[in-house]
Design a protein around this ligand. Structure first.
Ligand code: SF4
Length: 697
C-alpha cells in the first residue's frame, strides 16, 4: 500500500475499527515513513485480535487508482471533472428549481448503514431542516429492519444483541437462524468454536449446509421461506413436553395464551411436511434448547429477509420467551446486525419514520424535543416518509421525487428488482452520489462528490452489541476530497440553513447526545473520551455518571408495563412460490471475501482473487436434470429479470433451491431476480426467496 495524503515523517498509528461489518473489529492503522498504510489486528472485546481478509486488506482502497479525487458533473451524457464550487452550485440550483416546481418532497435522500452515527444524524437533520423533505430512508431497511420491528413489538426496544458478545461462547445451547457467521464475520466463529469446546450444542437453521452449518451439532435444512413454521413447531414441542418456564411467563410476559393456541396446530409431523425438516431433528432441537442451561437464540438475514420477516423473528422471540431466556444471565434472544453501523444507522434519523434517539417522527413530544435542539419550529418538521424500496420505486413517477441524494449506498446493485429500480433512478432529473469510488449508482449520477474514507475522518459507530465505538482518523483526506459532513454543511449553506450544520464530527456528536437524550437509544452520557477509555459504551447511557447498559432486560422490558409481549404468528407462503414455469427457489446471500454491493471489496486485489465473480450454486442432481456441468455458464430467470453466471455444483444445497451471491452488478446481478414483496410492518423486501428457472446459457 503506498501513498497517503499527508507527508509522513515518522510512524503514526491510531486505534480504530474495520470499515466493514457490524462486528467492527478493533484494528490499528499505521502510516509509515515509507508512505505505507499498514493494518494490524488489535485486541478488542469483540474480535480479540482476530480479523478477516476484508479487514486485513481494507487500507488498499485508500490510494486505489479507482479512488475519486475530484467532483464529476454530467455534460452531454458523460461525466467530466469539475470544481467543488461548480458541483455544489449545480446541485443547490437544481434542488431549488425542483422544489419550487414540485414541492419540498420532490427531493429525496438515501443513506446507508455504513455511515457513522454523526453522518446518519446529520443526514436526517439535513433532510428535515435543510431540504424540509419527508423523503429520506436508507439501505438498512434491506438488512435489519424486520428484527428491529419485531424487537420493538416484543421488548419495546431494538438493540441487536441485548447482551455482550462474550456471552455467546459461554452458551450451553446456541441456535443460529439464517446466519452464516463463518463467512460474513469470521472472527465471530471463534465464539462458536469456544462454545463447542466447552461441550455446548450448536444448532443451525439454514437451507444450505454453509461453512457455519458444518460446525453445527445439528443442522436443520428447511425449504426457503418456512423458518416461521419451524419456530412454531419447536414451541409446540416445548409446550407439549412441559418444558416452558411457567414462572417467567407469569412474571415477565403478556399474551402467552394466544401464542399457545396458535402453535397448537404446528405439530411436528405437519411441520415436517411444510419444511422438509424431519420430526426427529425438530424434537432434538427443542430438547437441546430446553435443556435448562444457558441458551441463546440468534436470528439474522435468513430469517428476516422475507415478506413475513417480522413474524418469523417474532416466532423465535416467542420461543425464547416461553423458555424464559431474555434477561436471564448468559441466555437470551438477539439479532445479528450486518452493516458496519447497522445499529447506530437506524437510531438517529435517517429512517423515514424516525428522529434521533430512536424517536418516532409522528410523536408530538419527540418532534418538540428534537426541534428545540435543532432550533426550528416543530411544525416545520416534515412527517414520515416511505420505506427504502417504496421510495426508490416512486422516483421519477408523477408525484414521486424528481431528485435524489445518495450517501454511502449503491442501490443499483443492492435493491431488489434491481433492473426496475435502475430504470427509476435513470428517470430522475437530478441524481447526486457521494462516494469514494464510481459505484454502479454513481456511474448514473448527474453529480458525483468524492468523499473521505474511514481512515480519514473521526466519528463513532455502534456495533452489533449496541456498543458505541470510536473511529479515529489516521490521515487527512487527499486533496480534492471532502467529508460527507462537509458536503452536507456546504449544501445546507447554499440552501440557506448553513448556520445549523457543522463539518466537525465531534460537534455533531455533542448535538446528537442532546437530541437523543431521553429517547430509547439514549446517548446523552456517551462521550468520546469515555468511548476511548472504556472500550466503547453500551446505550442506553442517559448520563455521564451512568456506566452504560451492556445487558438489557435483566429486571424489566422497555414496554409500558415492563413485560415482554408474546405475539401469535402464523406461517404463510412466500410471496412468490415455485410453479411449473419457475420451478426452483432462489435464495441470495454473501461470500466471505466480498461485502454488500461489492463497490469497495470488488476493487481490492486479494479479495477479487478470492472471489472473482458471481456464481449460481446448485445441487448435482438438479444440474444433471438441467444438463449443466460445474463451471457451465447458466442463465437464471425470474418474473423480474435475468442473471448470468457460472454454475457451481455442491451437495450442500437442497435440490429444489439455487443460491447466488448479491455482490455483483451488470449481467451477474442477483438482485435483477429478487422479489420486491415487502413485509407489511418493516417494509423489508423478500430477498431470501423467489421463484426462478435455470437454463444453460
Ligand atoms: S469485515 Fe467484519 S469480521 Fe471482517 S475484519 Fe471487518 S469487522 Fe471484522
Amino acid at each position: 500500500m503506498t501513498g497517503g495524503a499527508e507527508a509522513v515523517t515518522a510512524t503514526r498509528e491510531v486505534a480504530t475499527h474495520c470499515p466493514y461489518c457490524a462486528l467492527q473489529c478493533g484494528m490499528t492503522l499505521r502510516a509509515t515513513p515509507e508512505g505505507k498504510t499498514e493494518v494490524l489486528a488489535r485486541q478488542f472485546p469483540t474480535n480479540r485480535g482476530g480479523m478477516c481478509q476484508k479487514g486485513w486488506t481494507s487500507a488498499e482502497l485508500l490510494d486505489h487508482p479507482d479512488r475519486l479525487l475530484t467532483p464529476l458533473v454530467r455534460e452531454d451524457g458523460a461525466l467530466r471533472p469539475a470544481t467543488w464550487e461548480e458541483a455544489l452550485d449545480k446541485i443547490a440550483g437544481a434542488i431549488g428549481r425542483i422544489q419550487d416546481e414540485h414541492g419540498r418532497d420532490a427531493v429525496a435522500v438515501f443513506g446507508g448503514g455504513g455511515l457513522t452515527n454523526e453522518k446518519a444524524y446529520a443526514l436526517g437533520k439535513f433532510a428535515r431542516v435543510g431540504l424540509r423533505t419527508k423523503n429520506i430512508d436508507y439501505n438498512g431497511r434491506f438488512c435489519m429492519s424486520s428484527a428491529a420491528a419485531a424487537g420493538m413489538k416484543a421488548f419495546g426496544v431494538d438493540r441487536g444483541l441485548p447482551f455482550p458478545l462474550s456471552d455467546i461462547g459461554e452458551a450451553d445451547t446456541l441456535l443460529l437462524v439464517g446466519a452464516n457467521v463463518a463467512e460474513t464475520m469470521p472472527p465471530f466463529a471463534r465464539y462458536l468454536t469456544e462454545q463447542k469446546q466447552r461441550g455446548g450444542t450448536l444448532i443451525v437453521i439454514d437451507p444450505r449446509l454453509t461453512t457455519t452449518a458444518r460446525q453445527a451439532t445439528l443442522h436443520l435444512q428447511p425449504t426457503p421461506g418456512t423458518d416461521l413454521a419451524l419456530a412454531n413447531a419447536l414451541l409446540h414441542i416445548v409446550l407439549s413436553e412441559g418444558w416452558i418456564d411457567k414462572d417467567y411467563i407469569a412474571a415477565r410476559t403478556t399474551g402467552f395464551a394466544d401464542v399457545r393456541r396458535t402453535v397448537a396446530s404446528y405439530w411436528p409431523a405437519r411441520v415436517e411436511r411444510m419444511t422438509g425438516v424431519p420430526v426427529a431433528d425438530l424434537e432434538a432441537a427443542a430438547r437441546a434448547l430446553a435443556s435448562g442451561g444457558k441458551t441463546i437464540i440468534l436470528t439474522a438475514r435468513g430469517a428476516e429477509q422475507h415478506a413475513k420477516g417480522v413474524d418469523t423473528v417474532t416466532a423465535y422471540i416467542n420461543l425464547a420467551l416461553a423458555l424464559g431466556l431474555p434477561g436471564r444471565p448468559g441466555s437470551g434472544y438477539g439479532c445479528l446486525t450486518g452493516q458496519g453501523n447497522g445499529q447506530g444507522g437506524r437510531e438517529h434519523g435517517q429512517k423515514a419514520d424516525q428522529l434521533p434517539g430512536y424517536r418516532k417522527i409522528d410523536d408530538p413530544a419527540a418532534r418538540a424535543h428534537v426541534a428545540a435542539v435543532w432550533g426550528v419550529d416543530p411544525d416545520e418538521l416534515p412527517g414520515p416518509g416511505v420505506s427504502a424500496y417504496e421510495l426508490l420505486d416512486s422516483l421519477g413517477t408523477p408525484g414521486g421525487p424528481k431528485a435524489m441524494l445518495v450517501f454511502g449506498s449503491n442501490p443499483v446493485v443492492s435493491a431488489p428488482r434491481a433492473a426496475h429500480i435502475e430504470e427509476r433512478i435513470r428517470s430522475l432529473d437530478l441524481l447526486v452520489v457521494s462516494d469514494f469510488v464510481l459505484s454502479e449508482t454513481a456511474a448514473l449520477a448527474d453529480v458525483v462528490l468524492p468523499t473521505a474514507q474511514w481512515a480519514e475522518e473521526d466519528g463513532t459507530m455502534t456495533n452489533l452489541e449496541g456498543r458505541v465505538l470510536r473511529r479515529h482518523a489516521l490521515r487527512e483526506p487527499p486533496p480534492g476530497v471532502r467529508t460527507d459532513l462537509a458536503v452536507i454543511a456546504e449544501l445546507a449553506s447554499r440552501l440557506g440553513t448553513g448556520d445549523r450544520f457543522t463539518t466537525e464530527p465531534r460537534a455533531v456528536f455533542e448535538e446528537l447526545r442532546r437530541a437523543s437524550a431521553g429517547g430509547t437509544a439514549d446517548y446523552a452520557g456517551v462521550t468520546w473520551e469515555r468511548v476511548d477509555a472504556e472500550d466503547g459504551v453500551f446505550w442506553p447511557c442517559p448520563s455521564v455518571d451512568q456506566p452504560g447498559t451492556p445487558r438489557l432486560f435483566v429486571d424489566t422490558f422497555a414496554t409500558p408495563d415492563g413485560r415482554a409481549r408474546f405475539l401469535p404468528v402464523e406461517h404463510r407462503p412466500a410471496a412468490e412460490e415455485v410453479d411449473a414455469e419457475y420451478p426452483l427457489y432462489l435464495t441470495t446471500g454473501r461470500v466471505l471475501a466480498q461485502y454488500q454491493s461489492g463497490a469497495q471489496t470488488r476493487r481490492i486485489g486479494p479479495l477479487r482473487k478470492a472471489a472473482p465473480n458471481a456464481f449460481v450454486e446448485m445441487h448435482p442432481d438438479l444440474a444433471a436434470r438441467l444438463g449443466v456441468e460445474h463451471g457451465d455458464e447458466v442463465v437464471v430467470t425470474s418474473r423480474r429479470g435475468q442473471m448470468r453466471a457460472p454454475a457451481r455444483l455442491t451437495e450442500t444445497i437442497r435440490p429444489d433451491t439455487v443460491f447466488a451471491p448479491f455482490h455483483w452488478g451488470g449481467a451477474a446481478r442477483a438482485n435483477s431476480l429478487t422479489s420486491d414483496a415487502l413485509d407489511p410492518t418493516s417494509r423489508m423486501p423478500e430477498f431470501k426467496v423467489c421463484a426462478v428457472k435455470v437454463e444453460l446459457a
